[in-house]
Design a protein around this ligand. Structure first.
Ligand SMILES: Nc1nc2c(ncn2[C@@H]2O[C@H](COP(=O)(O)OP(=O)(O)OP(=O)(O)O)[C@@H](O)[C@H]2O)c(=O)[nH]1
Ligand SMILES: [Zn+2]
Length: 217
C-alpha cells in the first residue's frame, strides 16, 4: 500500500463535514450560520457570513478563536467579546463578509485550563507565564482548517480584522491570501490593560501601548 504524502495526511487531519446554513438574525444584520464538523475531533466550528462571497473582491473577515468567557459571559479580562461584536457590526455595515468561529478556546488549551491560567494570573503570572506553568506553549492554536472552510464558502482572499502577527504568519504559511490587514483594537479597560500589554510585549500583537499611535502601520 503506498505511503500517503504529507499533503494527503494533512487533508485527512483537516477533513470537515459541511452543514449548510440557517439564518442568524442579530441586532446588526441577518447572517447565515454555517457549521463544519472536524472529523478527527468532533469539534463543531462555525462560519457567520453575509452577502455574496464569491468573486475576486477580498472579503472582510475575522478568524475568531473561541472565548466562552469573553464571547458569551461578558468577561472584561480580554477583548474577545468586543472584537466579535465589532467584526459583525463592520461586516453588517459593509453588507458582505465572514467570521470564522474556531473552537480553540483558551488559545487551544481549553476552557478549564484557561480558568487555571486565570488563577495563576490572579497570583501574579502574566498570560504567557501562566501557560508555561501549566505545561503549555503560549499559543497552541492551529489554523489548518481555515483553508478548507474558505474554499467551501467560495472565499478567495481576505481583508482580515486582526492585531495578531502570528495569525497573519499562520495564514501565509497555509497559502491563504490576505489582501489587507485591518486593526481591531476595541474595549481597552482596567481589567484587560495588563493582558493587552502582555500580548503586545510578549506575543508581538500590533496593539499600541497607552500613549502610542493607534495604527502602527
Ligand atoms: N491560555 C489563555 N488563553 C486566553 C487568555 N485570554 C484569552 N485567551 C484566549 O485567547 C484567544 C484569543 O486570542 P487573542 O490572542 O486574544 O486574539 P487573536 O484572535 O489571536 O488576535 P486578534 O485577531 O488580534 O484578536 C481565545 O481563544 C481566548 O479564549 C489567557 O489568559 N490565557
Ligand atoms: Zn477572550
Amino acid at each position: 500500500m503506498p505511503t500517503p504524502t504529507s499533503d494527503q495526511a494533512a487533508d485527512a487531519q483537516t477533513e470537515l463535514q459541511y452543514i449548510p446554513p440557517c439564518q442568524l438574525p442579530t441586532p446588526w444584520a441577518t447572517f447565515a450560520l454555517h457549521a463544519f464538523v472536524e472529523q478527527a475531533t468532533g469539534k463543531e466550528h462555525l462560519a457567520i457570513t453575509l452577502g455574496e462571497l464569491g468573486g475576486d473582491e477580498p472579503v472582510l473577515a475575522r478568524i475568531h478563536s473561541e472565548c466562552l468567557t469573553g464571547d458569551a459571559l461578558f468577561s472584561q479580562r480580554c477583548d474577545c467579546g468586543a472584537q466579535l461584536e465589532t467584526a459583525l457590526q463592520r461586516i453588517a455595515a459593509e453588507g458582505r463578509g465572514a467570521v470564522l468561529y474556531l473552537r480553540q478556546e483558551g488559545r487551544g488549551i481549553g476552557l478549564v485550563n484557561k480558568i487555571r491560567a486565570y488563577q495563576l494570573q490572579e497570583a501574579g503570572a502574566d498570560t504567557v507565564e501562566a501557560n508555561h506553568a501549566l505545561g503549555f506553549a503560549p499559543d497552541m492554536r492551529d489554523y489548518r482548517l481555515v483553508k478548507p472552510m474558505l474554499e467551501q464558502l467560495g472565499i478567495k482572499s481576505l481583508k482580515l480584522m486582526t492585531n495578531n502577527p502570528r495569525k497573519m504568519k499562520a495564514l501565509e504559511d497555509a497559502h491563504i491570501p490576505v489582501a489587507q490587514r485591518m486593526p481591531l483594537i476595541v474595549n481597552r479597560n482596567p481589567f484587560n490593560e495588563r493582558y493587552l500589554g502582555t500580548k503586545a510585549a510578549r506575543l508581538g500583537h500590533w496593539i499600541p501601548l497607552p500613549g502610542e499611535e493607534e495604527n502602527p502601520e
